[in-house]
Design a protein around this ligand. Sequence first.
Ligand code: ADP
Length: 162
Amino acid sequence: MIERSLVLLKPDAVKRGLMGKILTRFEDAGFKIVGAKMTWIDKDFGKRHYADIAERRGEKVLKVLLNFMTQGPVMALCVEGINAVENIRKIVGGTEPKSALPGTIRGDFAHISFAYADKENKAIENLIHASGNVEEAKVEVALWFKESELHSYKTAYETHTF
Ligand code: ADP
C-alpha cells in the first residue's frame, strides 16, 4: 500500500518559480519526499522517460514535448505515501490545464488548452509529471534516481520528536 511515485516539476514550473508552492501541496497532504534533485535533461533521456508517448499521443506530441522538457532544468522528486501513485495523480489533475479541475495543481496554476498548444505547435505546458501507475512508477523512479539518492527516514509525525 505504501508506494513511491516519480514527480517531475517541468521547466515551466521551475521558470515560473512555482517549485515551492507545488512541493507544499504534497507535504500538506502528508506525503514524504524521499528523493529530490534538479537536472537538465537532453532529448535522449527525454525519449527514455516518455518511451510510449509516440504510440499513445503521436510523433508530433513527442517532438514538441521533447523541446519543452529540454528547455530548462526540471526538479525530480520521489514521493512516498499510501497509494501514492493514484493519490498524486488526483492532486496533479488532468493533462489539459484548461479542463483540469480547480484545486488541482494543473487547474490552479495553468490554463493552456490542447487547441492552443496545437495552434502554437508546442507542448501542453502543464507544470508537472506524475507516474501513471504503480509499474510505471517503479521504472521511472529507477530511471531518474540512483538507489543512493533515495532516503528512508522517519518524519516528525512518525517519531513525535524533532
Ligand atoms: P500526463 O502527463 O497527464 O500523464 P501524457 O502522458 O498523455 O499525459 O502526456 C505527456 C505530456 O505530453 C503531457 O503532460 C503534456 O505535457 C504533453 N501532451 C500530451 N498530449 C499533448 C497534445 N495533444 N499536445 C501537446 N502536448 C501534449
